[in-house]
Design a protein around this ligand. Sequence first.
Ligand SMILES: Cc1cc2nc3c(=O)[nH]c(=O)nc-3n(C[C@H](O)[C@H](O)[C@H](O)COP(=O)(O)OP(=O)(O)OC[C@H]3O[C@@H](n4cnc5c(N)ncnc54)[C@H](O)[C@@H]3O)c2cc1C
Length: 308
Amino acid sequence: MSAADVLIVGYGPAGITAAIYAARKKLSVILIGDLPGGEVRNSGDIENWPGDRTTDGNTLADKLIAHLNDHKEAVQIVQDKVVKIAKDGDVFTTTTESKKEFQSRTIIYTAGRHPRMLGIPGEQEHKNLGVTYCATCDAPLFAGKNVAVIGGGNTGAEAVIMLQKIASHVYLLHDTEKLNADPVLVSNFENDPNVTILYNTKTAAITGGTLVDGLTYTDKTTQEEKTIAVEGVFVTIGAIPNTEPVKDLLALNKFKAIPADRYAITSIPGFFAAGDVTDIRDAQIVVAAGHGCSAALSAGDYISRLPK
Ligand SMILES: Cc1cc2nc3c(=O)[nH]c(=O)nc-3n(C[C@H](O)[C@H](O)[C@H](O)COP(=O)(O)OP(=O)(O)OC[C@H]3O[C@@H](n4cnc5c(N)ncnc54)[C@H](O)[C@@H]3O)c2cc1C
């Protein structure tokens, strides 16, 4: 089996951009990805992708994929999940869930992040039975119901905005006395009688039979334990980088992200990483796309220096 020039892991904006740039450099490319379009697919309205004043996640994801498909001859797209990447000499071997193996001279790793769980009783067993990590995907399922959103950052605020007109009542629980979300987002619901913000709370348990029927939390100011009747719990407390397949290949930072510089260069020669899976500060589509571009250009530069 001859080694491809570049193997890209991830089908989001970073991976797709890297593939387009690598293809235009006339490199042979394999892209292995799970969710076509990546987290863009799960985004609601998007108002910060230059060139599209307002768009939505599905539309933008479809446009990114259509652009990638213009380079079908250079890019082999494999819809699969990577489970392990190893390096032997100058060649990387990538193994997928369906037990396929691919060899390549470089890797561009753009696997993004997955939502962090609360780790409280009742969460795991009610996953998709009232507990959800994606408001864009699941908000419409909770029309007319009481719901709780856990986490007062931007993702939590966006979840509240999606839910405030659909749900019967929305509780937003945050662990300190001030929300972290941008004020421009909070202004959408801070005076809405349909939304109750509960500050300084610690979520304790999600209750219910087959389906969720309540949430127990501690009011950290009074140490009182309280329960609210909700049928939906939206968990928005951050995300963990998808670095399991490379945890034995290179050192990760304390958040399990891949340290990568602005050129997407990592500690392993030939292994480049871009977008949300790295220690980059801003988890944004335009940043991921830009980082993916740099990764492809760095990979091209690296390959040009390999012995012929
Ligand atoms: C609800 C929500 C709303 C958002 N709204 C905005 C917004 O309005 N504007 C904005 O700029 N950003 C927004 N973001 C952030 C934005 O979506 C991300 O910053 C961006 O998608 C990151 O791109 P990425 O390519 O690095 O990773 P991702 O988009 O996460 O793509 C990662 C890809 O890797 C794949 N993958 C993961 N593990 C494996 C594996 N083991 N094998 C193979 N493939 C794998 C995934 O399936 C996916 O295809 C939002 C995010 C969320 C969750």
